[in-house]
Ligand binder design. Structure first.
Ligand SMILES: Cc1cc2nc3c(=O)[nH]c(=O)nc-3n(C[C@H](O)[C@H](O)[C@H](O)COP(=O)(O)OP(=O)(O)OC[C@H]3O[C@@H](n4cnc5c(N)ncnc54)[C@H](O)[C@@H]3O)c2cc1C
Length: 459
């Protein structure tokens, strides 16, 4: 049985040992680890405004065309049980294990998996779990713990707090005052809203990354016949995964090199791999486990250069999509239904029932509606989450390096205050650690962070 809304059977208590704020994948993985480690009587509360836990942004899609971008065999939620997600799938479908391990299965399967493991952990735990379907809007450290408030007003106390507030979407890069009528702009993560746009009208998708790919496959699955304009400053589409193994070189020496020499060396590894009949993806797969070390070993000036000059190219090579999704994108571009614009969005004018899109670098074009697929907001000062704004405003948090995410100890995940001091009992997991770790978004990193935070907090 999966853990979901309405399943909180325990008498609510407003004083808990551990509060987890955010019930997406990272928060639920933290809760499972904490339940597994809890001593008798320890109380854990999980706060999530959505009606279902374990979905967050990525796994809330109900549509089977939205696939994981990591093969099933690498998506276990637990570092010590690498085949755990695969076991979950094998119990539900008939397929040879080796085949399933390589497959990119629907993302909705992942929410089901996490909900299942949460229900099992809650049933077996010596501790108790309360799921509170509300947002937390403010938090104050106090002696021996933290006091915090739900949106609906209730006050709570917790000895330990894990912040797992996850991803929020960037606003459309439009000048202030360029307001658009409601119904004419849909967020890419509004999975039903995007599908409902399908029809004969032309559409524009702002952003050309993974969320754009989600939107295109959904529109096609819903029978969209109109043109799909996709626009971004570099107009780079996500690249596909490839079969063919992992390149066989020692990646450690890369950590000693400055950025420019490192990129040169990587290109050399690609050249050697290709000479051996391996695709370039085999080189990226080899360095994937070193994602955080590669970032942390760069000097600050080189990190800045990376953000300015390399990141867009890095992202399309690192964050890849299933080959089947890539094939669909290529086919729809070849047919002319998808039109790519390399341009900076300047303005969107409302003209009767249409929107006229103006971008620097492309002639204006008319569409019936716009989809915001600009992706995850990484700038601390752009975060529109009231809790995070309050923490920043009152000095309980500060932006991470380069203004990205929030600052936290890179090893323990303890949140730093405005002076850079780690705050006892206040932990951060997930994408908000991007500034210090860079790679802090996908399950392979989240499962480690969730386990560390849960064990530290519940101890
Ligand atoms: C479209 C998409 C597809 C992806 N696909 C993959 C994939 O295939 N494989 C992979 O490894 N990774 C994937 N990722 C990366 C993904 O970010 C992680 O796998 C994971 O889902 C992140 O979980 P999270 O809990 O950190 O964040 P989120 O999913 O953003 O969840 C955070 C949760 O916190 C809640 N919250 C926020 N603020 C508060 C508050 N103040 N009080 C209470 N609750 C709050 C939100 O309601 C939300 O449910 C994908 C990401 C996206 C956006």
């Amino acid at each position: 049985m999966a853990y979901n809304a309405g399943m909180t059977e325990i008498q609510p208590s407003r004083q808990v040992d551990l509060a987890i704020i955010g019930g997406g994948a990272a928060g639920v993985l933290t809760a499972i680890n904490a339940l597994r480690a809890a001593a008798p009587g320890q109380r854990i509360a999980l706060f999530e405004p959505a009606s279902a836990v374990a979905q967050g942004i990525a796994y809330a899609t109900p549509w089977p065309e939205h696939l994981l971008n990591v093969p099933a065999g690498k998506m276990s939620g637990f570092p010590e049980q690498p085949g755990d997600f695969l076991d979950h799938l094998l119990a539900r479908r008939e397929a040879p294990e080796a085949t399933l391990a390589e497959q990119y299965v629907p993302r909705l399967d992942y929410a089901d998996y996490l909900q299942q493991r949460l229900a099992e952990a809650a049933a077996a735990s010596a501790g108790t779990l309360q799921v509170v379907h509300d947002a937390v809007v403010s938090l104050q450290p106090q002696s021996g713990g933290h006091r915090f408030q739900q949106a609906e007003g209730a006050n709570w106390q917790a000895t330990q707090v894990v912040l797992a507030c996850g991803n929020s979407m960037r606003p459309l890069p439009l000048p202030a005052g360029n307001a658009l009528p409601p119904g004419k702009v849909v967020d890419a993560w509004d999975y039903d809203g995007v599908r409902m746009l399908a029809g004969d009208q032309d559409l524009a998708i702002i952003g050309t990354g993974l969320s754009m790919a989600d939107c295109v496959v959904s529109l096609l699955a819903a029978g969209h016949r109109g043109r799909i304009h996709v626009l971004s400053r570099h107009a780079l589409l996500p690249l596909p995964h490839a079969h063919g193994g992992t390149a066989d070189f020692d990646p450690q020496p890369l950590l000693q090199l400055p950025l420019r020499a490192r990129m040169r060396q990587l290109r050399e590894h690609v050249r050697i791999a290709q000479a051996q009949g391996l695709p370039w993806q085999a080189v990226m797969d080899r360095i994937r486990p070193l994602g955080q070390a590669l970032w942390r070993s760069l000097e600050e000036a080189d990190q800045r250069r990376f953000l300015r000059h390399v990141v867009r190219y890095w992202d399309v090579h690192r964050h890849r999509i299933a080959e089947s999704v890539h094939d669909q994108l290529m086919a729809v571009e070849r047919s002319g239904q998808l039109q790519r614009h390399r341009a900076r969005l300047d303005a969107v004018l409302v003209q009767d029932a249409n929107l006229q899109v103006h971008g620097r670098g492309t002639p204006p074009f008319n569409v019936g509606a716009l989809i915001n697929a600009t992706g995850v907001e990484t700038r601390a000062l752009g975060l529109r989450n009231p809790l995070l704004q309050q923490l920043l405003a009152e000095g309980h948090a500060r932006p991470g390096p380069h203004g990205l995410g929030l600052d936290a100890d890179p090893d323990s995940g303890q949140l730093h205050d405005a002076h850079g001091a780690p705050q006892p009992g206040l932990w951060l997991v997930g994408s908000l650690r991007i500034g210090t770790l860079w790679e802090s978004l996908a399950i392979p990193e989240l499962r480690v962070q969730a386990q560390q935070a849960a064990r530290a907090a519940i101890a």
